[in-house]
Design a protein around this ligand. Structure first.
Ligand code: ING
Length: 314
């Protein structure tokens, strides 16, 4: 019998600016019970799931944004989620804004086991958007003002009978995200996201938002022989249309289940973890086929560099 884990992507529709955490948690509990009824052992919630996507607004001083952050996890609003999940024997991934006791602000996600214990906390590595108010934009994307980049990189943990990794939103667009976890043997990557359909720096990408969303996760899953379970925050939230399209993607790169709506919706699939080795042990047998000795530039300074041997090389 192959190793299997039944996972649910718990997509959320819009969360209003004035919606109390308690009301959002009640919505999340409804999704938890639905997922449990459908056999899920693990539920993935979106990025920054407990509040509206507040980086769409400028707040000054920054301390006035503390209301959007959690200083404890679980806290009063999230304790019911931890308790009810544990009573059902269901674990979960929850995206939230973290304010640490020593004042660091991260875009974080916590992985909670089926007994309610915390397995790990991941802090978003790639922070998108901009640092300062940009009046030309119809809405802001100020994640680089509100959050520090996660200092810990991408880890993989043994939990739910699998090797589980985590990423958040913009992380899913970077191939390095998947390969760093792939090199740690990841079998199941969990992801929450908030993706505006409109991309002000290049509106030509708007029509491709849906295509790009699945493209990057299908490629990452296939090239690293891993499952990917991604839950979005969809619908028109405070006037901004957010891409829903939550999905469960197999190591083959196939989308095996996806959301049909832009609202609160549970997407469930039974993930056969032994499917991973059909790719890790063949096409993507890293120890046999990778050539790290010629990949050095990937870890060089950030930006693209002139190709070697171009005219003018001294
Ligand atoms: N959101 C985005 C994402 O990668 C972004 C960044 C914003 C992409 C707008 C495209 C358009 O889906 C987050 N929260 O990382």
């Amino acid at each position: 019998m192959s190793r299997r884990v039944t996972v649910a992507a718990a997509q959320l529709g819009p969360v209003g600016r004035t919606e109390p955490r308690r009301a959002v948690v009640d919505r999340m509990l409804a999704l938890l019970h639905d997922a449990h009824r459908r056999g899920a052992q693990l539920v993935v919630y979106p990025e920054l799931a407990l509040t509206t996507f507040f980086p769409r607004w400028w707040t000054e001083p920054l301390a006035d944004a503390d209301r959007w952050f959690e200083t404890e996890m679980p806290g009063p609003a999230t304790k019911p989620l931890f308790e009810q999940a544990a009573s059902l024997g269901v674990g979960f991934y929850l995206g939230y804004a973290e304010l640490t006791p020593d004042g660091h602000r991260y875009n974080s996600a916590v992985l909670v086991a089926r007994d309610g214990s915390k397995v790990a906390t991941f802090r978003k590595v790639h922070i998108p958007g901009h640092e300062h108010y940009e009046p030309w934009r119809p809405f802001q994307h100020l994640e680089r003002y509100y959050f520090e980049p996660g200092p810990d990189g991408f880890g993989v943990w043994e939990a739910f009978g699998a090797r589980i990794g985590m990423m958040i939103c913009y992380d899913r667009r970077w191939p390095e995200t998947y390969r760093v976890m792939g090199l740690q043997g990841v079998e199941l990557i969990l992801c929450g996201y908030n993706t505006p359909v409109h991309y002000p720096p290049d509106p030509s990408q708007d029509a491709l938002a849906s295509f790009h969303n699945h493209l990057v996760m299908q490629a990452g899953a296939y090239q690293n022989g891993t499952w990917v379970v991604a839950a979005g925050k969809g619908g028109v939230e405070e006037g901004v249309d957010a891409l829903a399209q939550s999905a469960i993607i197999a190591p083959s790169g196939q989308v095996v289940a996806q959301a049909l709506t832009t609202g609160d919706e549970v997407v469930v699939a039974e993930c056969d973890l032994d499917w991973c080795d059909r790719y890790k042990q063949t096409l993507f047998d890293f120890s046999r086929y990778r050539r790290p000795e010629v990949y050095g530039i990937i870890c060089a300074p950030r930006g693209a560099q002139a190709a070697a041997g171009q005219a003018g090389d001294g």
